[in-house]
Design a protein around this ligand. Structure first.
Ligand code: ADP
Ligand code: ZN
Length: 212
């Protein structure tokens, strides 16, 4: 399958993507994970992205399209992919459309994971992420067995730099201004599935039903 996962920060795009990869070997492609990896490794890309990310702003469309142009040509994408956190602006969606046309590829559809704002706020402030493997935990609903240590890989589980109250509120504003318009974009393209999601299983079931 080739899907776009849309939704506010904290809607569960990453969790849903990870579950979907287990169904058919499709790969999760998270621009956030790629960027955090670059920041941690101190690469040129990381240096360019760091300040915008910490403030909860978007990094530039050019930078993102450069990353994704290469990433979508890698071999593992032949098995299908779940785009998690990309595209995030109308220019990125337009550029993706051209990129895929040139590659002779077609997406199945875009999934809009719709979650109430109160739920989002609560989730983001209690969310913790493994610095090693990207596994997501929650101090209330899904804690690690040992505090601060990843169950899966033993890496450090911490609060992301952009999960301060100020950065979270900025990320939600940025989402509403720049990313929410993609819902209309993909609706016009005739390729939108909206799921009101309280559980990731409900999202998975709706996606399976639409894929047939
Ligand atoms: P979220 O939980 O907000 O969905 P992500 O892990 O997807 O978080 O992204 C974290 C940060 O990385 C964003 O706030 C932004 O700074 C940057 N980023 C990730 N994907 C994109 C993108 N497609 N375009 C621009 N910036 C991005
Ligand atoms: Zn881990």
């Amino acid at each position: 399958m080739k899907l776009i996962l849309l939704g506010a920060p904290g809607a569960g795009k990453g969790t849903v993507a990870k579950l979907l990869t287990k169904l058919d070997g499709s790969v999760q492609i998270s621009t956030g994970d790629i960027l955090r990896g670059a920041v941690a490794a101190g690469t040129e890309l990381g240096k360019q992205a760091q300040a915008a990310m910490a403030a909860g702003d978007l990094v530039s469309d050019d930078l993102i399209m450069g990353i994704m142009g290469d990433r979508l040509k890698e071999d593992d994408c032949k098995a299908g992919y779940l785009l998690d956190g990309f595209p995030r602006t109308i220019p990125q969606a337009e550029a993706l459309k051209v990129l895929l046309e040139n590659m002779g590829e077609k997406l199945d559809f875009a999934v809009n994971i719709s979650v109430p704002t109160e739920v989002i706020l609560d989730r983001l402030t209690t969310r913790r992420t493994c610095e090693g493997c990207g596994e997501i935990y929650n101090v209330k609903s899904n804690p690690t067995k040992v505090e601060g240590v990843c169950d899966k890989c033993g890496g450090a589980v911490t609060q992301r730099a952009d999960e301060t109250e100020e950065a979270i509120s900025n990320r939600l504003n940025v989402y509403n201004d720049q990313t929410a318009p993609l819902i209309g974009f993909y609706e016009n393209e005739g390729m939108l599935l909206t799921v009101d999601a309280t559980s990731s299983d409900a999202v998975i079931d709706a996606i399976k039903a639409k894929l047939g």
